[in-house]
Ligand binder design. Structure first.
Ligand code: NAD
Length: 422
């Protein structure tokens, strides 16, 4: 079962490319190049554990494509990490960077481990040795890692320090998502949710919808969902339903998002079930997805919208904050019903955009105020939305297909322009 899921990630990624290239007039050799990974490195390395034993861990770093610039992509620590999954995620990073037109290719990395059962010292030892093992591949001009599942700014700080020790000079620009004290960017934490809200607002504009008439449901109340909910609330949208792993709250007149967020910030690691918003009813996650709203923001997990619930979804607009929240079957059902879906590779690209801005600030050794970072993020999201919208309209395809086609087209054009070496 687990293997099936993993094979599917790569299979799904390749099928998406096939669908996009079938509508683009590309040389078969260019298509073959675009579908294959550029570099794959698997490392098995020892780590000294707290009890004195030595444990061997397996990690990967995959560069899918570096045609448009250095490879960019996160590193995840998880028991399920395997090569095919990392390859699929690396390919998605190529399209995500291309769709928002930032000068990066795509990469991903991971270590098969259970970080929740490891001590901070063991995590640090594992991180440093893993980075040493992949150090021939990464670098500020070659491949720039970032946080992903179970990795965070502290892990990025250890990575930057390890590369700096190997180089004999400070190379903090080798990773992004670092703590602000070590060259991280202001605004990075909120960037993905901020991008989601910008894309939602741009879609409302194009549909001539007023914020006040657009009821919103947000699934997932973590880094992405809580920020998107706050910004949509500030735009004037009634946010009527929110949920996390503990279930959700519903108030048809709109929830008091600032009060809820203040509670969540004051109680880190708390769950929504601990908040008791005024006049709100408890709902399940399934009920949230099919609640009576105009805009749905899935910002929790993959595969939440599937063949069994897609027909009951009442929202006419979906902005995907999570990675792959809509299965292919659900996508077809919703698209047939005329639901507008802002695809994940566009809607949640705010994080990688501010990673790009962090890298730029590190390279120039000159750091911007948070407002300047947010303005640049906003400009890139608005431009990207316009480009995906126009491209999709001109090709008469839904936004997801338009985003993939535009991304593949950009990578193919760069490849043809560079030419094939030698
Ligand atoms: P997070 O861990 O901060 O929050 C996840 C939220 O989802 C939590 O509130 C959790 O309780 C909730 N959740 C978990 N299981 C759930 C379930 N079954 N039903 C409803 N809610 C559930 O994570 P995040 O950083 O906000 O990321 C959310 C999604 O966005 C993920 O798919 C992630 O891959 C994607 N994403 C995040 C970023 C980023 O910069 N953080 C960037 C791109 C994509």
């Amino acid at each position: 079962m687990e293997n099936e899921k993993k094979i599917n990630s790569l299979d799904v990624a390749l099928k998406q490319v096939d669908k996009a290239v079938s509508r683009l007039n590309l040389d078969p050799g260019i298509i073959a190049k675009i579908k294959s990974t550029r570099r794959e490195l698997t490392v098995n390395f020892p780590v000294k554990m707290n009890d004195g034993s030595i444990k061997i861990f397996t990690g990967h770093r995959i560069q899918h494509n570096t045609t448009r610039g250095p490879a960019k992509g996160g590193i995840r620590y998880h028991p399920d990490v395997d090569l095919d999954e990392v390859k699929a995620l690396a390919m998605w990073m190529t399209w995500k960077c291309a769709v928002v037109n930032i000068p990066f290719g795509g990469a991903k990395g991971g270590v098969t481990c259970d970080p929740k059962s490891m001590t901070p010292r063991e995590l640090e030892n594992m991180t440093r040795r893993y980075v040493y093992e992949i150090s021939m591949m990464i670098g500020p001009d070659r491949d720039i890692p970032a946080p992903d599942v179970n990795t965070n700014p502290q892990v990025m700080a250890w990575m930057a320090d390890t590369v700096s020790m190997l180089e004999g000079s400070s190379v903090i620009e080798v990773v992004t998502g670092k703590p602000v004290a070590l060259g991280g960017s202001l605004g990075r934490k909120e960037a993905t949710g901020r991008g989601v809200a910008s894309i939602a607002r741009e879609i409302l504009k194009r549909l001539n919808r007023q914020a006040a008439d657009t009821r919103v449901a947000v699934q997932g109340y973590g880094n992405v969902g809580s920020v998107a909910a706050r910004l949509l609330y500030e735009m004037g949208c009634p946010v009527v339903a929110i949920s996390d792993v503990s279930g959700g709250w519903y108030n048809p007149r709109g929830l008091d998002i600032p009060t809820i967020n203040a509670f969540m910030e004051a109680h880190p690691r708390s769950l929504l079930e601990e908040v008791a918003p005024a006049s709100a009813d408890r709902i399940t996650n399934d009920e949230l997805l099919t609640s009576d709203v105009e805009l749905l923001v899935p910002a929790a997990l993959e595969h939440q919208l599937h063949a069994n619930n897609a027909t009951q979804v009442r929202a006419s607009i979906i902005v995907e904050g999570a990675n792959g929240p809509t299965t292919r079957e659900a996508d077809a059902i919703l698209t047939d019903r005329g639901v507008i879906i802002a695809p994940d590779i566009l809607a949640h690209a705010g994080g990688v955009v501010v990673s790009y801005l962090e890298w730029v600030q590190d390279l120039q050794r000159f750091f911007w105020e948070e407002d300047a970072v947010n303005q640049r993020l906003e400009a890139i999201m608005v431009r990207s939305m316009q480009e995906v919208w126009d491209f999709s309209q001109s090709r008469r395809v839904p936004l997801r297909m338009g985003a993939y086609m535009l991304a593949v087209h950009r990578v193919a054009t760069a490849l043809q322009t560079r030419g094939i070496f030698p």
